[in-house]
Design a binder for this molecule. Structure first.
Ligand SMILES: C[S@@+](CC[C@H](N)C(=O)[O-])C[C@H]1O[C@@H](n2cnc3c(N)ncnc32)[C@H](O)[C@@H]1O
Ligand SMILES: O=C(O)C(=O)C[C@]1(C(=O)O)C=C[C@H](O)C=C1
Length: 247
């Protein structure tokens, strides 16, 4: 399933004496398409929506950004969505050298008139300007919570009037009862996709410290504070949601 070939994800299949914090290294690169398709409910639908929303909101002679691009799945969706627009270019950014290297290979495999620049950099430090669509597809959740406002403010400042942020995130519910239901449904989804209880629990421990998730209310509130005129969830499955924020 998905655009890219992948080895099956068995990273957490064997018992580990100590579960280290999750990192996007070469081992993860090799299995990433399989991992993300089996772990993120609605991932393919979100990619499709990114293409559709890009088609709607991308502006001629502007730049599209894919922040935390991994292997370039959202970049490809954006490039497809903007294919009839003049003067568009794409900048795809990731701070994992292994991801960036494989991303370049992937993008070379598809023909397009739209130039893509893939950059190995930290999204907290990059310069952005003249943007009409900025995508963060499951990336903001890996930025330390106290730095999220700043990253989003710089995104807002880089967007042209009418430009959009496409933000997808795993989230938590503020209501513990409801949160437990959503987490359980997600774990059922993983089990249905062939992950064992051990894989689910070891992965959970690995992402615990590096992926500190917000509530949807916190996302909307922060986007409003920054100045976004509108924000709306356009896709949700269990505790995974995609938001559209318009400047
Ligand atoms: C879950 S993956 C994103 C998936 C991808 N957007 C997609 O749609 O397939 C998160 C990515 O964000 C990158 N990342 C995390 N923090 C980052 C940062 N501060 N700067 C740049 N990239 C970052 C990771 O290296 C990883 O490749
Ligand atoms: O496996 C999980 O529970 C996840 O949260 C999935 C998730 C994500 O949401 O970004 C976490 C890490 C990445 O490898 C891919 C997917």
């Amino acid at each position: 399933m998905g655009q890219f070939d992948s080895k099956p994800d068995a990273i957490f299949a064997e018992p580990l004496s100590k579960v280290s914090d999750f990192v996007f290294d070469q081992r993860v690169v090799e299995v990433f398409p399989d991992m993300i398709n089996r772990s993120v409910p609605g991932y393919q639908s979100i990619l499709q929506g990114i293409g559709q929303l890009t088609q709607r909101f991308a502006q001629a002679d502007s730049v599209l950004y894919d922040l935390g691009c991994s292997l370039g799945a959202a970049t490809l969706a954006m490039r497809q969505g903007a294919k009839d627009l003049a003067g568009v270019s794409i900048v795809a950014v990731d701070n994992s050298a292994a991801m960036v290297e494989r991303c370049r290979l992937h993008l070379d495999g598809y023909r397009s008139e739209i130039p893509v620049h893939v950059e190995c950099a930290d999204i907290r430090a990059i310069e952005m300007a003249n943007a009409s669509v900025i995508t963060m597809n499951f990336t903001l959740q890996f930025v330390p919570p106290e730095q999220r406002q700043d990253v989003l403010q710089r995104i807002y400042d880089a967007l042209n009037p009418g430009g959009v942020l496409l933000l997808a995130e795993k989230f938590r519910s503020a209501d513990p009862t409801m949160d437990a239901v959503l987490v359980d449904l997600h774990h059922e989804f993983k089990r249905a996709n062939g992950y064992s209880e051990l894989e689910i629990s070891q992965k959970r421990a690995a992402i615990e410290n590096v992926m500190r998730i917000d509530t949807l209310e916190a996302h909307h509130e922060r986007l409003r504070e920054i100045g976004f005129a509108h924000s709306q969830v356009w896709f949700q499955c269990y505790n995974f949601a995609a938001l559209l924020a318009v400047k």
